[in-house]
Design a protein around this ligand. Structure first.
Ligand SMILES: C[S@@+](CC[C@H](N)C(=O)[O-])C[C@H]1O[C@@H](n2cnc3c(N)ncnc32)[C@H](O)[C@@H]1O
Length: 216
């Protein structure tokens, strides 16, 4: 911890959540329906979604690429921060999750702004044009992150935003014997990020830890 940092704990995070606009009725309904349909609640926290929206607005993003759609929660949140004509292309491997997300996106206020791309990200990302996005958000299998990052650095324009979720490895970052097999690749990825010369990046301690990077 640097001398300038205030020690924060669970109380601060509850405070942050309580002082951030939460989900509207539509997103709350989406989460209820997803849970009832057996989709796990591993979407980003509302305060994290809020930060992502602010960052997208600041960099005047029109085109966003997301890896990991799940139920469409973060895709809808991000699409709401885009101007008219903006687009989120979101990639999902699991067909049932892609079906669910498409149904809810179609009923949302940003129906025309989100395209669900089906299949493994390692196959879909190489099909996207270079410099065709203003921002990317990685939120899928951690072992794939190095490849997804390399692809996103090709796809996102200079000065664009690169966001990567789960820097805190599902709360197990410092566990001696983590139970989740994705902890090790997430730790490795965290070590790589500061050495990635194409990005200036920092971990923002919201949700499960969000890498925020700008492409140099
Ligand atoms: C944490 S969830 C995404 C949550 C979503 N971004 C949100 O906050 O609302 C991760 C998703 O990535 C998908 N996924 C996992 N591996 C993938 C891959 N190789 N290619 C594409 N999607 C993948 C999973 O099926 C899952 O739905």
């Amino acid at each position: 911890m640097s001398d300038q940092s205030t020690p924060v704990g669970a109380e601060h995070f509850r405070y942050i959540a309580a002082h951030t606009a939460g989900d509207d009725l539509f997103l709350a309904d989406l989460k209820r329906a997803a849970t009832a349909g057996g989709i796990p609640g591993i979407w980003v926290a509302p305060e994290q979604a809020s930060l992502m929206q602010i960052l997208l607005r600041l960099c005047r993003a029109r085109e966003v690429v997301e890896v990991g759609t799940l139920a469409g929660y973060s895709a809808i949140a991000m699409a709401r921060a885009l101007p008219e004509g903006g687009r989120v292309r979101t990639i999902e491997l699991d067909p049932q999750r892609a079906d669910f997300a498409e149904r809810w996106i179609a009923r949302s206020d940003v129906a025309g702004r989100i395209e669900v791309m089906r299949g493994p990200a390692a196959e879909v990302l190489p099909r996207l044009d270079a410099d065709s996005a203003d921002a990317a958000f990685l939120d899928a299998d951690k072992a794939g992150y190095p490849l997804y990052l390399a692809e996103c650095l090709r796809i996102v324009r200079r000065g664009g935003l690169v966001l990567v979720d789960n820097a805190f490895a599902f709360g197990q970052l410092f566990d001696e014997h983590p139970t989740d097999r994705e902890v090790a690749p997430m730790r490795e990825f965290n070590e790589r990020m500061p050495r990635e010369t194409a990005l200036q990046s920092v971990i923002v301690p919201l949700g499960d830890g969000l890498w925020v990077g700008v492409k140099r």
